[in-house]
Design a protein around this ligand. Structure first.
Ligand SMILES: NC(=O)c1ccc[n+]([C@@H]2O[C@H](COP(=O)([O-])OP(=O)(O)OC[C@H]3O[C@@H](n4cnc5c(N)ncnc54)[C@H](O)[C@@H]3O)[C@@H](O)[C@H]2O)c1
Length: 231
């Protein structure tokens, strides 16, 4: 498949680690010009996506350097209190997760929009946690459900810009390792690589997916497809 991403100007948040890092590498391999915004070392521009002024300045720095933007990828995210029962979750926990995973994504698109070329594409990181739940992940699941609704709303809000999200099941990244540990190595559970997700992002960022807009790409090895029917 041709992605036709060579020369395109791409900004990736959260690109210092995990899925964002894999996305940055994958876009570069296609010949795109890529800049990473992250609060961590390894970013081209350091900014926290929950700090609107800092994020706006970072997006402007990247976009001015490129002379505009063609693709925006929102990978910055946190898992919050994983494995924590509802009774132990605080309002501050919930606010922290929503601030990065939802508000940070909205602010990214808000500030990238003036720089995005007509026909530009936005790809946000949702999660299969928007559709299925495991115990102890209530704030994270809520935040990823919001990303799916945010994606749809932005697609409607921004004519000429395609906005989609990817919703992968567990991906072997520093975040998942920190939350789940060695269970990621158990062959009983299917785990994707960050590079798997990056290919899904490339597709949604590319004109190859031209008619796809406002959608959530649920990639979970079919686990959510199975009926409860006993057969
Ligand atoms: N790993 C998984 O199993 C999995 C599955 C589905 C979806 N996701 C989503 O993919 C995205 C990337 O996750 P990952 O697994 O690569 O995690 P990761 O921890 O490896 O990388 C996340 C990156 O985001 C950055 N970041 C976090 N908060 C930030 C902030 N406030 N401002 C700027 N940068 C910030 C971090 O510094 C880090 O570089 C997240 O949105 C996550 O929810 C992950």
């Amino acid at each position: 498949m041709r992605t036709d991403l060579a020369g395109k100007a791409v900004v990736v948040t959260g690109g210092a680690s995990g899925i964002g890092l894999a996305c940055a590498r994958a876009f570069r391999a296609e010949g795109a010009r890529v800049a990473v915004i992250d609060r961590a070392p390894g970013a081209d521009v350091r900014a926290d996506v929950t700090d609107e002024a800092a994020l706006a300045a970072a997006v402007e720095t990247v976009a001015r350097g490129f002379g505009g933007l063609d693709v925006v990828v929102g990978c910055a995210g946190i898992s919050g209190p994983i494995g924590t029962p509802l009774a132990a979750i605080t309002a501050a926990d919930v606010a922290a997760v929503l601030a990065v995973n939802v508000t940070g994504q909205l602010l990214l698109v808000k500030h990238a929009r003036p720089w995005l070329a007509d026909g530009g594409a936005v790809v946000l990181l949702g999660s299969d946690s928007a559709f299925t739940a495991a115990p102890g992940m209530v704030p994270y699941c809520a935040s990823k459900g919001a990303v799916v609704a945010l994606t749809r709303a932005l697609a409607v809000e921004l004519p000429g810009i395609r906005v989609n999200c990817v919703c992968p099941s567990v991906v072997d990244t520093p975040m998942a390792r920190a939350d789940l540990g060695d269970v990621l190595d158990d062959p009983a559970f299917p785990v994707q690589a960050a590079a798997d997700v990056a290919r899904q992002v490339l597709f949604l960022a590319s004109p190859a997916s031209r008619p796809v807009n406002g959608q959530a790409l649920l990639a979970d090895f079919g686990l959510s497809a199975r009926s409860a029917f006993p057969a």
